[in-house]
Write a protein that binds this ligand. Structure first.
Ligand code: MN
Ligand code: MN
Length: 309
């Protein structure tokens, strides 16, 4: 048990440092590809593993964007950037996200004072939602009561929580381990227990608070072995099963070992055959800006230990 906690703590400590260094890099014109490669490279340098591809979701994209190979997208002054990072130490996961408004000298020229205030409010709302959630956590708390606290805090900023995104319990080699922590009171009476690891992640928006799938997916997870007539697809599935059988992976990672065109063909075929699960990028349905803040914590009898703070 102590070993487990030590691994959770170590993963959290590595995540904090990478999150802080990566946040400091965020500026106008920074290629998203550079940011995700920095984050993933820094994690690997420590000897830890990447729990999921680094997500850099911008403005109305709430989650699940990571650069494909040769991504030419760049950050722009004023963008709301959700940087969501996952670190794994011996299979024990830290999952944490922050939202940063891309700084720039011309911020005041690009946006009115009201627009800047709105952006800051959106960021502050998810941060307040997370703080409110954390203050409720202890063994025996119902997840719907955490959701209630999140919703109340976000609403006090005049924002809406994203209703169809949730936090989640974490288990050994399992990123979404079964318990969902809602961002509103959904009447789910599931109780958190002492020793459980949980990632709590409120999202705030001035929009409807519903996200829809985008047509594109950049993050996937292995589901099951299947036969494929096309040799390159079969080989790729074997490679995925061997290297990424437990945690999500990025299409970009596969291009380090396989031809890019073949990767795209294979991901399509593997997805259709339900050999892999595609995590579509998620967009707020009215196109409104979205912020997110997330920490991983371990439930204690009368509170919690935040591993990523
Ligand atoms: Mn996350
Ligand atoms: Mn998460």
């Amino acid at each position: 048990m102590t070993d487990e906690i030590e691994c959770y703590e170590k993963a959290g400590k590595i995540l904090k440092k990478v999150r802080s260094d990566a946040s400091a890099m965020i500026k106008n014109g920074l290629p998203i590809l550079d940011l995700v490669e920095f984050v993933e490279g820094e994690i690997l340098k420590t000897g830890a593993g990447i729990a999921f591809p680094c997500n850099v979701s911008v403005n109305e994209i709430a989650a699940h964007y990571t650069s494909p190979a040769h991504d030419t997208n760049k950050l722009v002054t004023g963008d709301l950037v959700k940087l969501d990072i996952g670190v794994e130490v011996e299979g024990y996961i830290a999952d944490s996200a922050v939202t940063i408004m891309v700084p720039g000298d011309n911020l005041e020229e690009l946006y009115t004072e009201d627009e800047l205030e709105l952006r800051q409010n959106i960021i502050d709302a998810s941060a307040a939602g997370l703080e409110a959630a954390i203050s409720t956590v202890r063994a025996g708390i119902k997840v719907c009561d955490i959701g209630e606290a999140v919703n109340e805090a976000i609403s006090s900023y005049g924002m809406n929580p994203i209703l169809n995104l949730t936090g989640h319990s974490l288990e050994h080699w399992n990123l979404h381990a079964g318990i969902s922590v809602p961002n509103y009171n959904n009447n789910d009476p599931t109780i958190l227990e002492e020793g459980q690891a949980v990632a709590i992640e409120p999202f705030a928006t001035p929009g409807d608070g519903i996200v829809n799938d985008c047509p594109e997916a950049y993050i996937f997870s292995f589901l099951r072995d299947r036969p494929f007539r096309l040799k390159s697809t079969q080989r790729m599935l074997k490679h995925i099963e061997k290297n990424y059988n437990a945690l999500p992976f990025s299409g970009r990672w596969l291009t380090q070992d396989f031809n890019e065109h073949r990767v795209n063909v294979a991901l399509q075929q593997l997805g259709e055959a339900m050999a892999i699960y595609p995590y579509a990028a998620l967009k707020e349905r009215t196109g409104a800006l979205v912020s997110q803040k997330e920490h991983t914590l371990i439930v204690e009898s009368d509170g919690c230990q935040i591993t990523t703070l």
